[in-house]
Design a protein around this ligand. Structure first.
Ligand code: 5CA
Ligand code: ZN
Length: 407
């Protein structure tokens, strides 16, 4: 799909020590140790009711991952999907009487504008389900050859026991996995399944649902295999980071990893599994199904997008946090203070703040810590000023390059 033009990223003097990130699978902060290019797959939107602040927070977290990699001198290959064929989207379209393709197209356009305004790097590949059907079919065929597929009333299922390492991404007990699977659109109770956690790979055509021809009959892809087929097609097996919000740890990233591993016979699917915390509003996780959404597009109509970005970055990406309507007041004050501080021809030396910002960000993306360092420099500039002619430019470029906040 067509994306948006990526913002240019200014170069900074020196480079950083390499990004370390919290890995869900091992429960520890580990070096990302990226190859060339550094490879990142982030689970994309299901395009109905996008883009809310929770989406934006997750994508901004993975935008920082790329900015830190680029600052360390890496090239980046970034892939994202679009779940444009899925039960919740089809249900929404059916409920409002809208054509599902029109609904998806409209929400994708809104998402593109939101991402561009918030200065996120565009994915190098942004791939919809509709575009990935041939890859999904090939992936299912490979899983069949590996003996990991069975049929139930025309639907094809992935047998999770075919992966001896199943469970090692989320590390959860079985009752918890079964509960989460049911909450996330799975069908643990369906009679005839070999294991309650087995996941649909190919859903046979139903009356009134879109379907595509395939060697297994007309139907549409299951959710997890879509992401696997796209990731392996564009990045190959064992890419650097699988990203998404924490709601995707189980079942999506667990089953996806198993499918990739069984399909290729290689391990691991991703070197590191990184997850952003959940953004809540009015006491509950912001979600389309609950309807407690704050849309980026509504905020953009009244506020500087850079203030929206700062408001999100004020929360550590791994934290679960709640959006409050006054959040943008503090962010706007901070943006004004930073803009005023870099508008002077000279300022206090910037080497220390640059080192601190890099240090904070390379250590599991501590954006709040990085921002506090810029606050201190801006306050020093306001109170006492400085005579370094290069400093305001360095701070301005650092804010842009590393935080994505153009001053
Ligand atoms: N299409 C699937 C992924 S393949 C999906 O989860 N779509 S989504 O539109 O529901 O979410 C898009 C991205 O935003 C996912 O990475 C998801 O984990 C993240 N996300 C969803 N809700 C929130 C929230 N409240 N807070 C933070 N991130 C969220
Ligand atoms: Zn996904």
């Amino acid at each position: 799909m067509r994306t948006w033009p990526s913002p240019s990223i200014p170069e900074l003097p020196g480079d950083n020590a390499g990004l370390r990130l919290f890995d869900t699978a091992t429960g520890s902060v580990r070096p990302t140790a990226p190859g060339d290019p550094a490879t990142l797959y982030v689970c994309g939107i299901t395009p109905y009711d996008s883009t809310h602040l929770g989406h934006a927070a997750t994508y901004i977290a993975f935008d920082l991952v790329q900015r830190v990699w680029i600052d360390a001198g890496h090239r980046v290959a970034y892939v994202q999907n679009i779940t444009d064929v899925d039960d919740p989207l089809l249900d929404r379209a059916a409920a409002t009487g809208e054509n599902w393709e029109d609904l998806a197209r409209r929400e994708m356009a809104r998402y593109v504008d939101d991402m561009a305004e918030l200065r996120l790097r565009a994915p190098d590949e942004w791939v919809s389900v509709v575009e990935s059907i041939p890859h999904v079919v090939r992936a299912v065929e490979k899983l069949r050859q590996a003996g990991a597929v069975y049929e139930l009333e025309g639907d094809l299922y992935f047998d999770i026991t075919s992966d001896p390492r199943f469970g090692s991404v989320a590390n959860l007990d079985e009752p918890t996995m079964i509960e989460l699977s049911g909450n996330a659109g799975g069908d643990p109770d369906r009679p005839g399944k070999r294991h309650p956690l087995d996941a649909v790979l190919w859903r046979a055509a139903r009356e009134g649902e879109p379907s595509w021809p395939s060697p297994f009959g007309p139907g549409r892809p299951g959710w997890h295999i879509e992401c696997v087929a796209i990731a392996i097609d564009d990045l190959g097996m064992t890419f650097d980071v699988q990203g998404g919000g924490r709601d995707l740890v189980f079942p999506h990233h667990e089953i996806g990893a198993s499918q990739g591993q069984v399909m290729t016979g290689e391990w691991p699917y991703a070197r590191l599994y990184a997850h952003a915390g959940m953004v809540a509003y009015h006491g509950e996780k912001m979600s389309k199904s609950r309807g407690n959404l704050v849309f980026v597009s509504d905020l953009r109509a009244q506020h500087d997008p850079m203030a929206i970005r700062l408001a999100i970055l004020a929360h550590h990406y791994r934290e679960d946090w709640e959006w409050h309507d006054d959040e943008l007041d503090a962010a706007t004050r901070r943006l004004d203070a930073w803009r005023s501080a870099v508008s002077w021809p000279t300022g206090p030396p910037a080497e220390g703040v640059l080192a601190e910002v890099r240090n904070r960000l390379t250590n599991d993306l501590d954006a709040p810590g990085a921002m506090a360092a810029i606050d201190r420099w801006a306050e020093e500039q306001r109170l006492r000023g400085g005579d370094d002619p290069g400093a305001p430019g360095v701070v301005s470029r650092m804010s842009d390059a590393l935080l994505g906040v153009a001053l």
